[in-house]
Design a protein around this ligand. Structure first.
Ligand code: ATP
Length: 946
């Protein structure tokens, strides 16, 4: 195997049949795709079909059924034995189908989490899913990226990679391009980047050497494949509940057995009956239904643009009490457009000029007309206009967005981070297109933007020869530089105004640097506040020639040699040029989402890196502000844990926060017992995302690292989507509770039938196969259809339930008790009437059997809503359930009226009159549950009753 790290960059490209500047030839790609297959690890962490089937076959219930079948053979009831085996097969098939579908749905969702990568093919750059990569591909590595495959680094600008996941090294490793002579272990291969690691700093280019299972991670992936996903907290709780209920049920079954014996039944028949009852009443389906409901929920959330990465998030979402949201892109549209330029008090309003076409078309994309007729012209003899050119040149050069070269007459397009895209569009609009700027001032060093520093600095070489090119705009900046003397390198900085000002000692006034005194500083801050209070994002721009200007400090570098300046100096003694105000409109749907949040007992909170006044303005527009003052990041830094908790309890807007402040805010909220959802997009947001109950990453603008740390990804970056996901989470939990209520009440009904019969001095009210049948048809289909029950009217009009709530809490035990007794009593009373009037056993048992089954169907329709009546929510609002109920009725009629099923289940055909009588009786449960809900809706009736 080639040791890629021992080869020089060009050798690597040659060996891989690729090109280190233009990437793979398009014509090569298809062949390599076929040869190497997709770049993915084989296993997606799910269970195989075989594993699901084995789990189904080795469940406690199947074991019970096998014992029942054996006992039947022992009793000589061969038909019963065959029927029980058929039931085993049906049960296993149903369970398998549910689980398999759930697993498939989750696996499909996982596939959407695959990151995208910037790739050069045939010289053109494209963004592709990492799965598409093949060896030889030239890829970009940018801060926050997951390294998409094993690669040899070909270009590095301060590139540092976090390799802890693979090598255990906790500090990010500096990466270079230099070949290494000798064989070294993986941790020392400083010119390689491996799948599964992340870019912590800087950026670079790399060539893919290995993909998928041939990567270093792929080699150890076999051990990863065996890791089974842990059950969610709710699944665990349901599992525990199911086991304790099973024990209780078995106790009851023992009682039924004894009662039967006392009533004179054959002990062997009683054994079979008890076993069948055990099968019927053990709530074995609880965790399985939770899995199905969670999977259905995750799929529904996906349809509403929320991609679930970790299944427990589905259930936790329903309990969220606070949503902490970023501002930019989540509450606002992230469609930035530059509207104001401000230099030394001279303000240029661009809204007029950029009105029609500066509204970007998509995230990270904007446009502006290439025609410059309507542009404000910059007069090179006017110092203020020259300052404008300097401002825009700085904003354009200290910028990673790219202008897409349009055809003549077509609008400019920019690709990159929206703030940066807006800046280069404005610069282009005023005659300073990025390409030309880069050509005249190539970048040689940089200190990238991060949300802690809130600024970015780049160092550029000044190419004097280019200054004489055509068009004055190109020379506008160089004219300025001419004022400054013989400049060879220049640093530009842009960022939050406070952050940039902290690096400035001068400001640009009338074509020359002036000392930045308190007065001028205050003037700049006031201008910043004024724009921010209008809801604008304001950026400051400054610069500093890095050669001797008489401004540089004593530690200025040797300027004979053009080389990058050391970082410390690069951000010192800057000259402040001016302010750029940008508008980013609030998302129109967020206002409603905020209202829904409040109705649902959830507190929306804005946590932004932006200026407090900008934050407040937007918060007010969206209804998030609560009248309390905005808390500034610096205030947070000075607070102790208790103060932090107090502020977190009362404040709705936190501004100028650093990512680590988000972590403290989450912790403070959690200490108060809140269930917190927190959004984040940057690398540094990962700790807060992990700490929160629901970490929410941005699908469009988020870094891979933040996505990896999250529980849920917003595919549209939209706050309203979080609220929709909360609603879906609540629906899932409600539906699981409905299923529990339904199965438990129905099981209780079956037990009561078996208990009441002998107490009335009757023979066994139901035969073993009849019990199994009731269980199969009523639990199976209608129970499952409850998992797709739509939202109730109340779902988002009530406070969230605590995530640790007992699933059977809030009166469910009471319901199980009284509905169970009622169902058992009605069925047995009907049976008793027929038994008493001398009907034969097959006939009166068929009556019991039919009333019990149909009562359960009435029950399932009534408990669809916790509060509203079936007629309010609409009989047909869950068609799956209506279909399941109809099918169950047909099956029930089949076992009563089809002769061979009659002989199998020992039923008798009921006369029309008796059938109608049974139908009527079995609606009693339905009406009783409806009455209870009516009294709940009208408490005055309930209290006047009592
Ligand atoms: P939110 O946290 O709500 O998304 P935000 O996007 O404003 O807010 P950050 O991205 O941390 O938060 O930005 C903080 C500040 O840094 C911004 O207010 C802006 O002044 C400045 N800033 C943002 N992007 C850049 C950039 N690309 N270069 C320089 N400065 C930037």
């Amino acid at each position: 195997m080639t040791d890629w790290y021992q080869l020089a960059p060009d050798q690597v490209a040659a060996e891989l049949g690729s090109n280190s500047r233009t990437g793979l030839d398009q014509s090569e790609v298809a062949d390599r795709r076929t040869h190497y297959g997709p770049n993915e690890l084989h296993d997606l962490g799910g269970r195989s079909a075989w594993a699901i089937l084995t789990e189904q076959l080795f469940s406690a219930m199947i074991a019970l059924l096998f014992v029942a079948a054996t006992v039947s053979i022992y009793l000589g009831e061969y038909k019963d034995a065959v029927a029980i085996v058929a039931i085993i097969v049906l049960n296993a098939a149903l369970g398998f189908a549910q689980d398999f579908r759930a697993e498939k749905a989750l696996a499909a969702l996982k596939r959407y989490s695959v990151p995208n990568v910037k790739v050069w093919r045939g010289g053109a750059i494209d963004v592709l899913p990492a799965r598409e990569l093949v060896p030889g591909d030239l890829v970009a590595l940018e801060v926050g990226n997951l390294v998409p495959a094993d690669c040899r680094i070909l270009q590095s600008t301060n590139l540092r990679i976090q390799e802890a996941a693979l090598t255990g090294e906790s500090e990010p490793v500096d990466k270079s391009i230099t070949a290494i002579d000798s064989a070294v272990p993986m941790a020392d291969r400083t010119n390689m980047a491996y799948l599964g690691t992340t870019v912590a700093f800087g950026h670079g280019q790399a060539m893919v050497t290995n993909t998928g299972m041939t990567t270093e991670l792929g080699k150890i992936a076999h051990s990863l494949q065996t890791v089974r996903p842990k059950p969610t907290p709710l699944q665990t709780r349901l599992g525990i509940l199911g086991r304790s209920l099973a024990l209780t049920a078995l106790g009851i079954v023992a009682v039924v057995y004894i009662l039967g014996i006392v009533a004179g039944a054959d002990p062997r028949v009683m054994l079979l009956t008890s076993l069948s009852l055990a099968v019927a009443v053990v709530p074995e389906g609880l965790p399985a239904v939770a899995t199905v409901a969670l999977a259905i929920g995750a799929r529904r959330m996906f349809r509403r643009q929320a991609l679930i990465r970790k299944l427990p998030a589905v259930e936790t979402l329903g309990s969220v009490t606070v949503i902490c949201s970023d501002k930019t892109g989540t509450l606002t549209e992230n469609r930035m457009s530059v509207t104001v330029l401000d230099i030394a008090g001279h303000r240029l309003d661009l809204t007029e000029h950029l009105r029609d076409d500066d509204q970007g078309t998509a995230i990270a994309e904007g446009s502006t007309s290439r025609t410059t007729d309507s542009c404000p012209r910059i007069d090179p003899d006017d110092p203020q206009q020259l300052a404008l050119a300097l401002l825009l040149a700085g904003a354009g050069l200290c910028n990673d967005a790219e202008l897409k070269s349009p055809k003549q007459g077509e609008p400019w397009k920019a690709v990159g981070e929206p703030t940066e895209a807006a800046l280069i569009l404005a610069a282009a609009r005023l005659g300073l297109p990025k390409g030309e700027l880069n050509e005249n001032f190539p970048r040689v060093d940089e200190l990238p933007f991060d949300s802690d520093r809130k600024r970015m600095t780049t160092v550029h070489v000044v190419k004097p020869t280019h200054c004489e090119g055509p068009g004055y705009r190109r020379s506008a900046v160089t004219d300025v530089l001419a004022h400054l003397g013989d400049v060879e390198r220049i640093a530009f900085m842009k960022g939050a105004v406070d952050s940039v000002l902290s690096c400035c000692e001068y400001y640009w006034e009338q074509g020359a640097p002036e000392e930045l005194d308190d007065e001028s500083r205050a003037r700049i801050v006031a201008a910043n506040d004024q724009l921010a209070a209008m809801g604008m994002r304001v950026m400051g721009v400054s610069f500093r020639p890095l050669d001797d200007l008489g401004l540089a400090r004593s530690d200025a570098t040797d300027h004979d040699e053009v080389r990058p300046a050391p970082p410390r100096e690069t951000e010192e003694a800057h000259i402040f040029v001016g302010l750029i105000g940008m508008i980013d409109p609030p998302r129109p749907e967020v206002r409603d989402a905020v209202i829904r949040c409040r109705q649902a007992g959830i507190r929306p909170l804005m946590i932004t890196g932006d200026h407090p006044l900008t934050a407040q303005h937007i918060a007010q527009q969206l209804g998030i502000a609560n009248g309390k003052p905005v808390v500034h990041g610096t205030e947070l830094a000075a607070m102790d844990a208790r103060q932090m908790e107090q502020r977190a309890a009362s404040t709705s807007v936190f501004a100028r926060v650093a990512p680590q402040d988000k972590l403290s805010i989450v912790q403070a909220l959690q200490k108060q017992g809140h269930v917190v959802a927190m959004t984040g997009d940057g690398v540094n947001d990962a700790p807060a995302l992990k700490q929160s109950h629901i970490g929410v990453a941005m699908g469009r603008t988020g870094t891979d690292v933040s996505k990896e740390a999250s529980d849920m990804i917003l595919l549209d970056d939209n706050f309203a989507t979080i609220v929709n996901a909360v609603e879906e989470g609540r629906i899932v939990y409600d539906n699981i509770r409905k299923f529990v209520r339904y199965t438990m009440t129905s099981n209780a009904g079956e037990v009561w039938v078996m208990v009441i019969g002998p107490l009335l001095g009757m023979p066994l009210p139901l035969l073993p196969l009849q019990i199994l049948w009731v269980n199969l048809v009523t639990d199976g289909l209608p129970g499952l259809a409850l998992a797709v029950e739509p939202a109730e009217r109340e779902t988002m009009h009530r406070a969230p339930y605590p995530p640790t709530e007992n699933v059977m809490g809030r009166g469910m035990w009471r319901d199980i008790a009284w509905i169970g007794v009622l169902m058992g009593a009605v069925s047995m009373l009907m049976g008793f009437l027929y038994w008493y009037h001398g009907f034969d056993a097959a006939y009166w048992r068929t009556v019991v059997f039919t009333v019990l089954t149909l009562s359960q169907l009435g029950n399932v329709m009534a408990i669809r809503a916790e509060r509203d009546s079936l007629f309010q929510i609409g009989v047909f609002s869950n068609l799956a359930l209506v279909g399941a109920v109809a099918l169950t009725i047909v099956l029930q009629f089949a076992v009563i009226y089809i002769p061979w099923l009659q002989s199998l289940l020992k039923t008798a055909p009921l006369s029309l009159r008796d059938l109608l009588f049974c139908l009527l009786a079995s609606t009693i449960v339905f009406w009783s549950v409806e009455l209870k809900k009516f009294l709940r809706r009208h408490p005055t009736y309930a209290s006047s009753d009592s």
